[in-house]
Design a protein around this ligand. Sequence first.
Ligand code: PEP
Ligand code: MN
Length: 264
Amino acid sequence: MNVKFAGLDIGGKNFTVIAGPCAVENEDQMLQASNAVKAAGAHVLRAGLYKLRTRPDAFQGLGRDGFPIVKLAKQKCGLPFLTEITSASQVEALADIADFIMVGTRNMYNYDLLKELGRARVPVVLKRGMSAKVEEWINAAEYIARGGNDKIILCERGIRTFETATRNTLDLAGALWVKQRSALPVIVDPSHGTGIPALIPGMAAATLAAGLDGVMVEVHPMPSAALSDGSQALTTEQFADMMEKLKRLGEVCNRPVHAPGGHL
Ligand code: PEP
Ligand code: MN
């Protein structure tokens, strides 16, 4: 079932691009990132306010302190905004500033959180758990759908395997398997899926060519200074270059990548 929201038709003919920094860090960083991704043709701005980090001493996100920065960035660039939820207690506050709420890989099995989002009416991007089988991922989406929320987008973000050359093993075949068996739109996050900027444009192109519905990528105005996931972030120039290639590929595949004014 397509997710029609904020002028977008995700799962429809158009290919959707969600882009932005891993985390909201400060006003300058957010304004630079949001302007750049908008100018390059992204449809949705992403950035984390609540970060679930592997190490407790790592940057945990600005939380509420980041809300005014997000509001300003949204207002200036005009894009809908996606951010991660890490606790059911955040649903109301996040639904107020976010157009899409993301359930990250660490919370795919948090069924209480999924049920709470089922009662909400905000579109949910549900990432695949890093060790989840595709059937478990589909079942997790069903927890949200049973509550009456039918605005669900699945996002493949790589799984844990024996391979360590890439940060995760991007399971494009699993994503396509789900797309062929589920009515839900399926997008791919090649940033977390590979952890390597040089691999991201190619995996994004493969996502489009395979007939999946979109990508989510991390973009930072200065990756070397990023407070989280800098090593996998595309620069704004690399992102613009990737978008040009995706637009050309989209023409060949009849999946328009950038329709001025949105999809609808
Ligand atoms: C993210 O997209 O910012 C994120 C935390 O991703 P994941 O849950 O896939 O690690
Ligand atoms: Mn990240």
